[in-house]
Design a protein around this ligand. Sequence first.
Ligand SMILES: [Zn+2]
Length: 418
Amino acid sequence: MRRPVVFIVMPVRTAVIIGIILLLGVVIYALEIAVVTTVAPIRDVVSGRTVAIDAGHGGPDSGARGKSGVIEKDINLHIALELRQLLGRAAVYTVMTRESDHDLIEDGEDITGSRKRTELERRASLVNSKSPDIFVTVHANSFPEPQWSGAQVFYNPQSAEGRRLAVHIQTELVSRLGPNTRKARPADIYLLKRVNAPAALVEVGFLSNPREERLLADAAYRERVAEAIFHGIVAYFADSPKSDGAAHMLDDDPGNTWGIVTKAGALASPLTPDSTTLYFGGPTNFDDSLMPEVREIPGLTAMDRTEALAAVLHATIAGPGKDSILQSTIPRGTILRSVRLQGDTASADFSAELVVNHWGGSRSEEMTVYSIVNALTEFAYVKRVELLVEGKPLETISGHMQIEGPLERNLSIVHVRG
Ligand SMILES: [Zn+2]
């Protein structure tokens, strides 16, 4: 009977404080219920899964660089670490290829062969050794045309699950960070091919676009990027694969003219015997692909084969025609050292600028490579193209592609305006 008495004699101020504390307790309890009910479905969907996260580049390899000095490897790492934290909160296991500014090669280590190739192989085997459910590699893009902007996700064209993952992440990037008209696209990227799990390469934006460079330099924006990727991953796990291969959601927009161009001749307006097709970058933000340009090279038919190949490469290096709206694909200062033809394989040797002055970015790397390969394979007697830089086989330009041996014509990244 004493306790109520204690309350009654308590000073009013103390009673008020106790009241507030009790009220706060009730509010916090209610909030917790609300939070738990919101978070629980996400946890149910993803908990116990394993996601491997790769922060692109690192250490001596900086990746792309913005005009104001923003460096791709740093952006990638911060977003990757944020993503790990978000996944961790949802009870997802994560595997990181790096957690600080280094690559996967020790200082002073003796590497036989190319450092970059060894480095990428190690990332792939590290990821494969953990057998994750999915793999996401984070990059920032760059292109010579400052107008290009928008986050974009790439996948291995051989992987339907990779495509599904990429489409989900793209959808979240667009809806959370838009406006952005980019779509998930197939790409020839070494890690996407070598990692066994469904894989997506996320280009979080263009460091070559002043607005996006500014955004990506802001830690709060990078956190939003990580959240968008996180929600894309959740959506991927939530959308269990349908037996029909989930084709319903993979349809690109009906008006899209992407796809494999089977006959290069079909691209051409009236051809003269001295005309050939060159390949340059698309003119706008919507054309993240190569586009054909029919070009007359005087005397082309009279040249011997090697001369003709050299003429086409000189024209590709020189860039789009005077009145063209297309973009150059070859970094400034690049010169052709030599071109040779052995059997049906052409070997083109370029100066170091092809690599040193490249602007970085996975898509632009592909575009540089295939603008050369496609222009040379316009000639029926060229079936394969070997790329060399300063006399040595080219293995990668900016660290996204891994080139092994001569390349064949690739028209899947050629976009023809319909
Ligand atoms: Zn990159």
